[in-house]
Ligand binder design. Structure first.
Ligand SMILES: NC(=O)c1ccc[n+]([C@@H]2O[C@H](COP(=O)([O-])OP(=O)(O)OC[C@H]3O[C@@H](n4cnc5c(N)ncnc54)[C@H](O)[C@@H]3O)[C@@H](O)[C@H]2O)c1
Ligand SMILES: CC(C)CCC[C@@H](C)[C@H]1CC[C@H]2[C@@H]3[C@H](O)C=C4C[C@@H](O)CC[C@]4(C)[C@H]3CC[C@]12C
Length: 369
């Protein structure tokens, strides 16, 4: 790779670069990677904001493509030095079939690895997920654990299954010889629940609150901790890993890192209220308003309705047996592995992450603000 002197010589490829996380990675790379010569943004759906990025000093190349098509991935990758593979089908609501989720998340990742080998791209950073670990099907809590905390990772849902398989492929590919004879260096980042500007589920909660006259109703006990991390800090971790991976290949190659920052440990709903309260919404109840057994029943009913209605319409409510189990199981991380291995410190403080997210909610269309 090019010398670390500020010669803009590097070509980066970001798959899924138009998604929620991908957009933050793309914008941050342009701001924080002085060695960047060309940034290739590969996505199934290209966003219009890419156009405004094309006027800067770095060449931004938008590539409409599908990670499930090996030849498209290889063509996009030819001549690139680093690939950040963040494209994925994030579906825990039953919008896509299990086969499609597997195809995009697992076969798509295999195609990225194969393209690295074929084209001689040596550095691969993969966006994995906390869900590779848990919560598991038994609902065991993971309380402020780290990358070495023992936990029974057993999944049935297609999304965590696909992320676990894909992560395994990426880690196993570390050290494989790429075209030219040098070894591939890979590593996987595992964000917990990401929040921040552009977060679709936060948008959904906000609009649901507006429909209920500015009220949301507590469903999950406040004592259940759910790990959250600011999107800007997740993007920053990707940029640091990509930057350090070659120099620290022996230490970082084949490793996994949870994504973390200073966001507080709270329940999923209480955490959301950090942003939604200043935008005029209230969370009703200090305890869940419905007993848990009734929520389980409603979630099961939603699953049944989804199945019955599937021939007619796609019914994908937020509440289903899987989302209820994830929201209702403590899963939080406490680690400093990323700091020890590649000097990560969050770029955004909790106060700044919070302020930016609130500002985004307030600017949302239909906002009560
Ligand atoms: N959102 C979270 O809380 C969270 C948490 C942990 C991990 N992740 C992981 O982070 C990554 C990004 O997630 P996100 O929340 O930004 O999701 P997103 O849906 O906003 O972004 C995913 C992007 O991938 C693209 N994509 C999907 N299928 C594709 C295909 N076949 N070919 C090319 N591009 C395709 C989409 O068009 C989209 O732009 C995913 O891999 C996800 O598993 C997300
Ligand atoms: C029970 C209802 C009242 C609340 C439903 C909330 C539910 C939609 C939320 C809760 C937790 C969320 C997941 C969690 O933050 C982490 C991830 C990992 C990531 O890889 C993909 C997204 C996902 C699964 C979040 C999806 C939305 C969930 C389930």
């Amino acid at each position: 790779m090019a010398d670390s002197a500020q010669v803009p010589a590097l070509v980066y490829l970001v798959t899924g670069g138009c998604g929620f996380l991908g957009e933050h990675i793309v914008r941050m790379l342009l701001e924080w990677e002085p060695r960047l010569r060309e940034l290739r943004v590969f996505d199934l759906h290209l966003s219009s904001w890419l156009e405004e990025l094309k006027t800067g000093p770095v060449q931004v190349t938008a590539i409409q493509g599908d990670v499930t098509q090996a030849h498209e991935v290889a063509a996009a990758m030819a001549g690139s030095h680093v690939v950040i593979h963040t494209a994925g089908l994030v579906d825990v609501f039953g919008k896509a079939s299990p086969e499609t989720i597997h195809k995009v998340n697992v076969q798509g990742t295999q195609n990225v690895i194969d393209a690295c080998v074929q084209t001689g791209t040596r550095l691969l950073v993969y966006t994995s997920s906390m869900e590779v670990v848990g919560p598991n099907v038994k609902g065991h809590p993971f309380y402020r654990g780290n990358e070495d905390t023992p936990y029974e990772a057993i999944h049935r849902h297609p999304y965590p299954c696909s992320k676990a398989l894909a992560e395994q492929l990426v880690l196993e590919a570390n050290g494989r010889k790429v075209n030219g004879g040098l070894p591939l260096v890979t590593c996987a980042l595992r964000p917990t629940g990401i929040y921040g500007e552009g977060h679709q589920v936060m948008r959904d909660f906000y609009h649901q609150g507006l429909r209920f006259g500015g009220r949301l109703f507590r469903a999950i006990p406040a004592s259940v901790e759910h790990g959250r991390v600011y999107v800007g800090n997740v993007a920053w971790m990707h940029i640091l890993v990509a930057r350090e991976l070659e120099q620290r290949a022996a230490l970082m190659g084949g490793q996994v890192y949870f994504c973390y920052d200073k966001s507080p440990y709270k329940s999923y709903e209480d955490f959301n209220m950090e942003f939604l309260s200043p935008c005029g919404l209230r969370l009703i109840g200090t305890h869940p308003l419905l007993p848990y057994w009734l929520l389980v029943l409603l979630a099961a009913l939603n699953a049944l309705l989804q199945w019955l209605l599937r021939p007619l319409v796609l019914y994908t409510p937020l509440l289903n047996p899987y989302t209820l189990a994830v929201a209702n199981t403590t899963f939080t991380v406490s680690t400093n592995k990323a700091q020890r291995h590649f000097g990560y410190k969050p770029l955004f403080s909790w106060e700044e992450s919070r302020a930016r997210t609130i500002h985004w909610v307030q600017a949302m269309e239909g906002s009560a603000w």
